[in-house]
Design a protein around this ligand. Structure first.
Ligand code: GDP
Length: 533
């Protein structure tokens, strides 16, 4: 299999448009180099002139609301944005995911909207906790993964040890595409197994080969012990690892590996081309009553993210929709299967970081932003009339449960609007107690509480604080027998709340009480995730 040539890029024009889409995310542990790699990918594709544009330190984000300042101060990425760019006859949709673990819920949902992922690993650290978690989400959906082992310009673990660790911890077959020649101060460049050449860090070809053994004939190389070692370890890796197989890759069981350096721009162009040539086209979307095939003629898509107040001046609310099939055009009427209501999509948008433009036409794999006033929620399916329900978009049971305290009682109405607006984004959850008038918020991580308070204050002018209420566990409760469910709710009335879709939620002081309730009520299902329909 060879990397794409200009001719292949040209041939892509004759493909059905959705076949030219590559919709992907980058998963990594914080500090592995995701931001740097994103910038490099965009500049390698010619989408930005200068590396550094993504972070936009120089005020590019000044229109974003203040909570973004918090993000910048903490140096973490809280919101996911979409970057669409052209490369070699393809349309690449890169979905950014927040790296901080408190926001992994948002990340999980973003991963429901991609067809492939790039897994960035720090060569000095190997597999880290967040990488592992995100990988597991990808595995649940069999998302094909390309592995980029970053920072080879620094001292790191030996390539074979890294491969061993990744294979062992992730139970994933790897197959080398770019192999490093030396690391750190000894870094000499890399062996590109696809283009069959040896390349310097500056991109100069030192030698070409048919078979790896040919390189033993190149004196200038074999005189260098660093190169000899690289060749030896590569031979060992090849003997130990399976040959690349496109189907196994697409099924999520095999990952091509590239060693490179995001910072130095090494391996980045090859990464893009690997994704372009091998990366899957839009895949069928799991849905009920049946998966949605990308070549179905009628339009369908689903909301995987809602973001309120992206532009503080306009109080806007954008639903990010991943298209699953058909050709969407501006002005089209789509049905929200959950509510049964039709909506005319007058101002759909494409995004490039914070910039947006009207989307005139979009196909499966594309992400369009639809401005709305609360009619669209995470998990909603939009169709041209068909009654599909996209599945697999989870709501996670909160791990931190707090009562909301309002310091200014006159602002109850604004507070309820603020909390419900922000809950629609799906990061925080809002519950109302069945007894009493308490507003309760549930989050998966502490940082989300801080962001919530800061946003409610800045965006809605309502100062709030939170107080513990003696609950640590929340479980959605369901039962095939509606009478049994009623009995449970009546018996537990003091510990019951409703989520914003009026689904009953059982609150328990701690895990022990939650277990106890489970034993006492064997017919009731206690759910830690709830699919959004
Ligand atoms: P993120 O948290 O995953 O987005 O990581 P960043 O892209 O912000 O990178 C974390 C740190 O690693 C920054 O100081 C980068 O400059 C540095 N870094 C990223 N890529 C490389 C690389 O290839 N080599 C070296 N030496 N440093 C890198």
């Amino acid at each position: 299999m060879s990397l794409s040539t200009a001719a292949e890029g040209h041939a892509r024009h004759t493909l059905e448009p959705f076949r030219t889409r590559r919709t992907f995310a980058i998963i990594s542990h914080p500090d592995a180099g995701k931001t740097t790699l994103t910038e490099r990918l965009l500049s390698a594709a010619g989408a930005i002139q200068q590396a550094g544009a993504v972070r936009g330190k120089s005020g590019a984000r000044s229109t974003r609301s203040d909570w973004m300042e918090m993000e910048q101060q903490r140096g973490i990425s809280i919101s996911s944005s979409v970057m669409t760019f052209e490369f070699d006859g393809l349309t690449m949709n890169l979905l950014d995911t927040p790296g901080h673990s408190d926001f992994s819920e948002d990340t999980y949902r973003t991963l429901t909207a991609v067809d492939a992922a790039i897994m960035v690993i720090d060569a000095a650290k190997g597999i880290e906790s967040q990488t592992l978690k995100l990988f597991e989400v990808c595995r649940l959906r069999d998302i094909p993964i390309i592995t980029f082992i970053n920072k080879v310009d620094r001292e790191g673990l030996a390539p074979l040890d890294l491969i061993d660790e990744i294979q062992g911890k992730l139970a994933l077959d790897l197959t080398p595409v770019l192999w490093p020649v030396g690391q750190g101060v000894d870094f000499r460049g890399y062996i590109d197994l696809l283009e069959k050449r040896v390349v310097t860090p500056q991109g100069k070809t030192l030698a070409e080969f048919e078979a790896l053994e040919d390189l033993l004939e190149v004196e200038s190389l074999v005189d260098d012990p660093v190169f000899l070692t690289a060749l030896e370890t590569l031979e060992m890796a090849r003997a130990m690892l399976p040959e690349f197989d496109l189907t196994t890759f697409h099924e999520g069981h095999m990952s091509p590996v590239l060693f490179g350096s995001a910072l130095k721009g090494i391996g980045v162009a090859e990464l893009l081309r690997t994704l372009g040539d091998w990366g899957p086209e839009p895949r069928p979307q799991p849905a009920l009553p049946s998966p949605i095939s990308p070549d179905e003629k009628k339009v369908s898509g689903f909301v995987f993210k809602v973001q309120a107040n992206m532009d503080a001046n306009h109080r806007d609310r954008i639903a990010f929709v991943r298209l699953c099939s058909g050709t969407f055009t501006r002005g089209m009427r789509l049905k929200n299967v959950r509510s049964g209501k039709d909506m005319a999509v007058a101002n759909p948008m494409f995004f490039f970081g914070n910039n947006r433009e009207l989307a005139e036409e979009a196909v499966a794999g594309d992400i369009v932003g639809i401005p709305n006033h609360g009619t669209l929620s995470v998990g909603d399916t939009l169709t041209e009339g068909a009654t599909y329900n996209v599945t697999g978009i989870p709501n996670f049971a909160p791990e931190i449960i707090r009562r909301v305290r309002l310091t200014d009682a006159m602002k109850t109405k604004q507070m309820s609007k603020a909390l419900s607006d922000l809950a629609e984004e799906g990061v925080t959850q809002v519950f109302r107690r069945m007894v009493g008038a308490d507003w309760i918020v549930g989050v998966v991580g502490q940082l989300q509480l801080e962001v919530l308070a800061s946003r409610v204050a800045k965006e809605y002018g309502v100062p709030i604080t939170f107080e513990p209420m003696g609950y640590e566990v929340a479980r959605w409760v369901e039962c095939d027998d509606p009478d049994e469910l009623k009995r449970f709710i009546t018996a537990q009335k003091m510990n019951m709340a409703e989520d914003r879709n009026n689904a009953p939620v059982f609150l328990a002081q701690n895990a022990w009480w939650a277990d106890r309730a489970k034993q006492d009520w064997p017919k009731i299902d206690f759910l830690t995730t709830k699919e959004r329909h």
